[in-house]
Design a protein around this ligand. Structure first.
Ligand code: NDP
Ligand code: 2IT
Length: 450
């Protein structure tokens, strides 16, 4: 039998001792799959846990580029190829100053199980750099992307590893990265997803993570016998790709998102967030508090004015809460506030936005909790649809992609809910997601041998 507690203690004392975020993700998975590990000795016999915790490989490389003033800039970059038992490594690229081996290991590890949950043939990976696109000119971003891809192109390929976007990497960056790959290799291939449409990008890929999140939560509410989102007040954090399209889908369903945020602060607009304005703010790359100029009733709270215990965004009474910014953005205090205010559902758009303590509080409460690796899988699912379209030189319509996305999210939700029931944890979607995702990868690892 696998002694999960002993394993966690030894991991914390091992080479991973400085990988706090990675260990947080590992702990959640290992604790919740205990019922599965105890039910069948084959996972122990094939050393699946020991094997799955170590990435197949991790590249670390230097990116040297020239800024607009002629100064030489240096960044550190990585690609973690975690597990390809189910298909080519697949996962986003993050450009943010906080990027480190620890952060990308956590994201790559989560991605294995998320991708498995989609039921599609994709393995898990992640990459990125500590480069900050904020405040850089388009030309500087292009030069960074050129230098970054000059190295990354050695390791990727349509059947090897297919990166996409994540924080700080959107259509502009993907366009430059794609252009560089093409220039170096002379090959016009689907080596990235989330591409602009003119390079073979799928319809609905920009919308997919946000829309998928809301489809998942819609289904979860139905399964759990709760009221639909129509007419309900919702809280969103973040104001990037995932946040914007989660808000768009909420509006389409008749709900009212009243908050959004960024790294400098948060907006609370009781009348409902003006989504077109947020899109314009993002497009023009201007500060989020620009919103206040035209919306005098809205409240802007600077991050410096947040109370030290937590984020005031989560203290606003609402039916649904959708963290769509970054990891560990909901702490125990925030979770208590949401629970106290009788929030009915928390749907994680970002990757691991709730701390371990916050997750435990949600699971012990009446608040439904849709964990990231299930609820935000819509983005990577449509990325796989993009790979399919590229491989067969086809272009699917928005209607086709959207209906396949919805079907996929409903299917994941049903699978997670049924798996939780099967292992005696009815309503615990964390256990359901971890067991269902792990099982699919483990079966493949056993079948392929060592
Ligand atoms: P974007 O770069 O488009 O937006 C990120 C948003 O989060 C911005 O509003 C940003 O604010 C805010 N943010 C980022 N870091 C911090 C921080 N440390 N503190 C406060 N706010 C922060 O990224 P995405 O929308 O693509 O990604 C958001 C989350 O969703 C991430 O966790 C990502 O891993 C996850 N995700 C993304 C998918 C995708 O398809 N894009 C798929 C699945 C998950 P500001 O602009 O001020 O920095
Ligand atoms: O976290 C994620 O799932 C993503 N950033 C999207 C990955 C992808 O390959 O589309």
């Amino acid at each position: 039998m696998i002694d999960v507690d002993k394993l966690l203690v030894s991991l914390k004392q091992s080479n991973y001792s400085n990988s706090e975020t990675f260990l947080q993700a590992v702990e959640e998975v290992l604790i919740s799959i205990k019922p599965l590990l105890d039910s069948d000795p084959k996972y122990h016999k094939h050393s699946i846990i020991e094997r799955i915790l170590i990435p197949d490989r991790m590249f670390k490389f230097k990116v040297t580029w020239m800024d607009d003033k002629g100064g030489i800039q240096v960044n550190t970059a990585y690609r973690v190829q975690f597990n390809n038992s189910l298909g080519p490594y697949k996962g986003g690229l993050r450009f943010h100053p906080s990027v480190s081996a620890d952060i990308l290991s956590f994201l790559g590890f989560e991605q294995i199980f998320k991708n498995a949950l989609t039921g599609l043939p994709i393995g898990g990976g992640k990459g990125g750099s500590d480069f900050d696109p904020k405040g850089k000119s388009d030309f500087e971003v292009m030069k960074f992307c050129r230098a970054f891809m000059t190295e990354l192109q050695k390791y990727i390929g349509p059947r090897i590893d297919v990166p996409a976007g994540d924080i700080g990497v959107g259509a502009r960056e993907i366009g430059y990265l794609f252009g560089t790959y093409k220039k170096i290799t002379s090959s016009y291939e689907g080596i990235l997803t989330g591409k602009p449409g003119m390079f073979g990008g799928s319809k609905i890929r920009p919308e997919a993570t946000g829309y998928g999140l809301i489809y998942f939560v819609e289904r979860m509410l139905e399964i759990e016998g709760k009221e639909k989102l129509k007419d309900k007040i919702c809280l969103i954090s973040g104001s990037g790709n995932v946040a914007m399209f989660a808000m768009e889908k909420l509006y389409q369903l008749g709900a009212k998102p009243v908050t959004c945020s960024g790294s400098k602060g948060m907006i609370y607009d009781e009348n409902g967030i003006d989504l077109e304005l947020i899109k314009k703010i993002r497009e023009d790359r201007v500060p989020l508090d620009t919103y206040k100029k035209t919306h005098k009733d809205a409240k802007w709270t600077k991050i410096e004015d947040y109370p030290k215990e937590g984020n005031p965004l989560w203290s606003i009474p609402a039916y649904g809460a959708f963290p769509c910014a970054t990891q560990n953005e909901i702490n125990a205090h925030d979770a208590k506030e949401l629970i106290k205010n009788k929030c009915v559902v928390v749907g994680e758009g970002a990757n691991m936005p709730s701390t371990k303590e916050a997750t435990d509080l949600f699971l012990a409460s009446d608040c439904l909790f849709a964990p990231a690796k299930a609820a935000n899988a819509g983005g990577v699912a449509v990325s796989e649809f993009e790979m399919s379209q590229n491989a067969s030189m086809q272009t699917w319509s928005s209607e086709v992609v959207d209906s396949k996305l919805k079907e996929t999210m409903y299917h994941i939700c049903d699978k997670v809910s049924n798996t939780a029931k099967e292992y005696g944890e009815n309503g615990n979607y964390v256990t359901g997601a971890n067991i269902a995702g792990f099982k699919r990868v483990a079966e493949a690892m056993i079948a392929e041998g060592i």
